[in-house]
Design a protein around this ligand. Structure first.
Ligand SMILES: [Zn+2]
Length: 79
């Protein structure tokens, strides 16, 4: 990932749990910093636990395949 201010590559500083930063839920906080001396930008990247996201994607895919089946059977009925 590049620094939005000076475009240098951010240096990975370490990973911490959400709990360490007082955030709710489970996830990882990745700490990154810019190596450019005059810039000194730093970045906290929040990576929430993905199980909920996977669950949402899974449900969305099931919905899509279900509607496709419905369309198909509707077409068959028309024939
Ligand atoms: Zn920078």
């Amino acid at each position: 990932m590049n620094c939005p201010r000076c475009d240098a590559d951010f240096i990975w500083g370490g990973d911490h749990d959400f709990e360490d930063y007082g955030y709710e839920g489970d996830g990882i906080v990745t700490n990154m910093s810019c190596p450019t001396k005059w810039c000194e930008a730093s970045l906290l990247l929040l990576l929430p636990e993905t199980t909920r996201l996977i669950d949402i994607i899974d449900r969305a895919e099931k919905k899509v395949s279900l509607s496709q089946t419905e369309e198909k059977s509707a077409c068959e009925r028309n024939d």
